[in-house]
Design a protein around this ligand. Structure first.
Ligand SMILES: Cc1cc2nc3c(=O)[nH]c(=O)nc-3n(C[C@H](O)[C@H](O)[C@H](O)COP(=O)(O)O)c2cc1C
Length: 139
């Protein structure tokens, strides 16, 4: 039974992705989990250090993961766009993604545009997972 379940994992700095993830979870009765920074960066740190890391596909420390991926073959990853890419906290999650997952990526941004589809698809593939869908959402 649990093998058919989908887990929405989201990161959100200012709340847009969180609201969208919560609405999607509610609509579809999906389980939901949050990726949290080990310590919340200031706006300046997010823009300068965070964007620099995002552009290079790098991670930074996240809080210990308190959710269990097992039993969720399907993952929806909801993330804001930072400098066209995934934020470092999302890259940190991707580094520990267990193999065998089918991942749908939803990138949330002011512009509705990201530049990370190919990079994320490659990372997801490297983890032994499959990119199912990739969607840009204008917040
Ligand atoms: C550090 C930083 C970098 C951002 N870079 C972009 C960008 O490159 N393109 C864009 O359209 N929006 C960019 N944004 C805006 C966010 O993607 C947008 O506000 C998104 O909805 C935020 O989601 P959140 O509220 O879940 O954090 C950036 C925001 C931050 C904080």
């Amino acid at each position: 039974m649990s093998e058919t379940k989908t887990l929405i994992i989201f990161y959100s700095y200012s709340g847009h992705s969180k609201a969208l993830a919560e609405a999607l979870a509610k609509e579809n009765s999906f389980d939901i989990a949050e990726i949290k920074d080990a310590s919340r960066p200031s706006g300046l740190k997010a823009f300068f250090v965070g964007c620099f890391a995002a552009l290079r596909g790098k991670s930074w420390p996240i809080a210990p993961i308190d959710f269990d991926f097992s039993g969720f073959p399907g993952i929806v990853l909801m993330s804001p766009v930072w400098a066209g890419n995934a934020p470092p906290a999302v890259n940190a999650l991707l580094e520990i993604l267990p193999e065998g997952k089918t991942v749908s990526v939803k990138m949330v941004s002011g512009s509705g545009k990201s530049e990370c589809r190919a990079r994320l698809e490659a990372v997801i593939k490297d983890r032994g997972c499959t990119l199912d869908t990739f969607e840009d959402i204008k917040a």
